[in-house]
Design a protein around this ligand. Structure first.
Ligand code: F6P
Length: 322
């Protein structure tokens, strides 16, 4: 009689719409293998505090359409301490958990790499973040939903910008990377997109805005990643040279919530099932991802390379809005 596998499942870091469909897929795929699933609430902090709950078929009913994560999540600085991590590994052993599925973003990926090196048990990582900043996949769970949420808000802002003939600076999330800003800026037809990867240049902004105004543009949208510059600081600096009115809006946390889009759900369901299958195949330390629209499994250590912004898309955005 083979020993039933017991896998742990947790979500950690910033939440993303689609985490719940991923949780559902992990649980249902594992149960289909005859395995047991132990949900760990509140990420690594919950692992430290033994916040466990056995998850059966019904525990993931009715969550496919819910934003956020039913397992809750926390940013857990404690995990940086070796004695905190050792307590986590002891708790995993005591609970009989032999493998782990971690759902999270870039910071969680780094923590998972540490965990694998020290705990030395199989781990499958599922990339979920609205930032889309994991190199092991061309798309992270939640990115599509966040793009559409931000786009709907920006389309609304464009209505009032047009009516009042104003420039609007719209700040979107993305502390280190501008993937969200670039995608939604392109889709929104933004006149300018500011990202952390391109050094901030007020003179270039000034030239662009005054040239557009000279061509007759009276309302414009600038999409600004929070890591590029704070719009509350930039707006008054633009108002000093721009002859029209300038306003700004910070979209903030609405980009993290809401019902996951169909694309985010299907990505999550495919990633969740594939993560469990990778463990069944005996893989030790992997990241599930998307490559040319196919679900792939890559070595965990290869999932954290430097990611480059698509400069062609960045240039296109400015050409098309001119
Ligand atoms: O990592 C996702 C993200 O939403 C970033 O875009 C944003 O800068 C950060 O999380 C916000 O972190 P917190 O939720 O801890 O305020």
């Amino acid at each position: 009689m083979t020993k039933t596998r017991r896998i742990g499942l947790l979500t950690t870091g910033g939440d993303a719409p689609g985490m719940n469909p991923a949780i559902r897929a992990v649980v249902r795929r594992a149960l289909a293998f005859g395995w047991e699933v132990v949900g760990i609430e509140r990420g690594f902090q919950g692992l430290y505090e033994k916040d466990f709950r056995e998850m059966g078929h019904g525990s993931v009913s009715g969550i496919i359409n819910l934003g956020g994560t039913v397992l809750k999540t926390i940013r857990c600085p404690g995990f940086r301490k070796a004695d905190f991590r050792r307590a986590c590994y002891r708790n995993l052993e005591q609970r009989g958990i032999g493998s782990l599925v971690v759902i999270g973003g870039d910071g969680s990926l780094a923590a998972s790499q540490t965990l694998v090196a020290e705990w030395k048990h199989p781990l499958a990582f599922i990339p979920a973040s609205i930032d889309n900043d994991i190199s092991g996949t061309t798309e992270t769970i939640g990115f599509d939903t966040a793009v559409n949420t931000a786009l709907e808000a920006i389309d609304r802002i464009r209505d009032t910008a047009t009516s009042h003939e104003r420039i609007f600076l719209v700040e979107v999330m993305g502390r280190e990377k501008g993937f969200l800003a670039l995608e939604v800026g392109l889709a929104a037809g933004a006149e300018a997109i500011l990202v952390p990867e391109v050094p901030f240049d007020l003179e270039a902004i000034r030239e662009l805005l005054l040239a557009d105004r000279a061509k007759g543009k009276r309302s414009m949208i600038m999409v600004v990643a929070e890591g590029a510059v704070e719009v509350a600081q930039l707006a008054p600096r633009i108002a000093e040279f721009y002859p029209g009115e300038v306003r700004y809006s910070v979209l903030g946390y609405i980009q993290r919530g809401g019902a996951p889009s169909a694309r985010s759900r299907c990505l999550a369901l495919r990633f969740g099932a594939r993560a469990v299958e990778a463990l069944a195949e005996g893989r030790q330390a992997v990241c599930v991802g998307l490559e040319k629209e196919k679900v792939v499994v890559v070595d965990l250590k290869k999932a954290r390379k430097r990611l480059k912004l698509d400069r062609a898309a960045y240039r296109l955005a400015h050409v098309l809005s001119a």
